[in-house]
Design a protein around this ligand. Structure first.
Ligand code: NI
Length: 387
């Protein structure tokens, strides 16, 4: 086991709790960005700000090699009302770090300090503090702002904490690991009226219900049984009273997939079902379909590299394989589309029943801070080992 950082624990916890108390939404991480820059000041990094508005890149060079490595932490929070009751709970009503990005940022800052103190590498380290993972695709925006031209990286790496995985274990996977996500809003345009006179109306609730049921056949009847995909209707809004037929019904869908052809089939079938079902009831739909993040696909050599490094940090038996791709999504996908690299998970469970990510009672497990920070130190130093 190579835990470099346990003596920095109180400092890391203080940083994590400060970030947790001051959550900010994607592209509004102004104070977070200032705080990160303050933390890095004096360590010897060249800090570049303003990529994707609130993003930062901290660059440290050592020796003569032109090799380089990028490590990314996401820094944004979520619009969730915190219910942890923790002393370090969010001080901003309605916002909280419910995905542990406060922990990701802290682990990278902890690694930053040690990498700078040790200077045990030959080449260039770029620490990428990325905004807006949860909503606006901060990774893509940083790339559009010239991330990899201005800060060339031979490879990029990122991790996510997972309170559902055993504490201190690292889960890796070669190839696809996180899904593509698309969103769809369907509005059924009906004709409202009295609930006792349905024959004089065009009832959008009945049509909406029919659309929802028919959508269940997209994955089960239109895709190969071994193709991973999800179509979820997560919201259905219509009507307010028992005796009133409303004018319209609205549905919000999330759609997950990996294969580009499957992704196209899903859109085609959802459009066709919504329009066809509505037409069969003499109604129409207004449909907005928006492509979100692409699938996150890990590169083989870099995943093998993470596996080896992780074994040295947490031990052979604590490095496991993610058994199958996850249907969540992640904008690190865009960095992996530009550069080789790997995205992996760090198990942070406290109990068998921790609140999951995005839950109002979720709170990043501080005990994992030295593990993640040590892992980044080991990874950067190994990638840039003097040869
Ligand atoms: Ni997250």
């Amino acid at each position: 086991m190579t835990i470099h950082i346990s003596n920095q624990m109180p400092e890391l916890v203080a940083i994590r709790h400060h970030l947790h108390q001051h959550p900010e939404l994607g592209l509004s991480e102004f104070k977070t960005s200032d705080f990160i820059a303050d933390q890095l000041a004096g360590m010897g990094y060249e800090v570049t700000r303003g990529l994707a508005k609130t993003g930062l890149v901290a660059t440290l060079r050592n020796g003569t090699s032109d090799r380089s490595v990028g490590i990314r932490a996401d820094i944004d929070a979520l619009p969730i009302h915190e219910e942890t009751g923790a002393a370090h709970a969010s001080k901003t009503e309605g916002l909280m770090h419910a995905c542990g990005h406060d922990g990701h940022t802290t682990m990278l800052l902890g690694a930053a300090k040690l990498l700078a103190e040790r200077r045990n590498f030959d080449g260039t380290i770029h620490l990428i503090f990325q905004p807006a993972e949860e909503n606006f695709g901060g990774a893509r925006m940083m790339i559009e702002d010239g991330l990899f031209e201005r800060f060339p990286c031979d490879a990029v790496f990122a991790l996510h904490n997972d309170p559902g995985l055993p504490f201190g274990q690292i889960f890796v996977r070669e190839g696809p690991i996180m899904a593509a996500v698309d969103e769809c809003r369907i509005v059924v345009n009906g004709r409202g009226g009295h609930g006792a006179e349905p024959q004089a109306t065009a009832d959008p609730i009945v049509t909406g219900a029919s659309i929802i049921m028919a959508l269940q056949t997209v994955v089960s009847r239109n895709l190969h049984p071994l193709e991973p995909a999800v179509v979820t209707v997560g919201a259905f809004h219509a009507g307010q009273a028992s005796n009133v037929i409303p004018e319209r019904a609205e549905m919000l869908l999330t759609i997950r997939s990996f294969d580009p052809e499957v992704r196209n089939t899903l859109e085609k079938r959802i459009r066709s079902i919504a329009e066809g079902q509505a037409a069969s009831y003499g109604m129409s739909v207004s449909l907005e379909y928006e492509r979100g993040y692409d699938p996150t696909v890990n590169h083989k050599a870099e995943t093998d590299f993470v596996r080896d490094v992780a074994k040295r940090v947490v031990g052979d038996t604590a490095v496991r394989e993610v058994p199958r791709p996850m249907m969540g999504s992640e904008d690190f996908a865009y960095m992996l589309a530009e550069r080789p690299g790997s995205y992996f998970f760090l198990g942070t469970a406290r109990t068998e029943n921790d609140p999951p990510l995005h839950h109002p009672r979720f709170d990043f497990n501080d005990e994992a801070l030295p593990i993640g920070a040590s892992l980044w130190v080991e990874l950067a130093e190994t990638w840039l080992a003097a040869r």
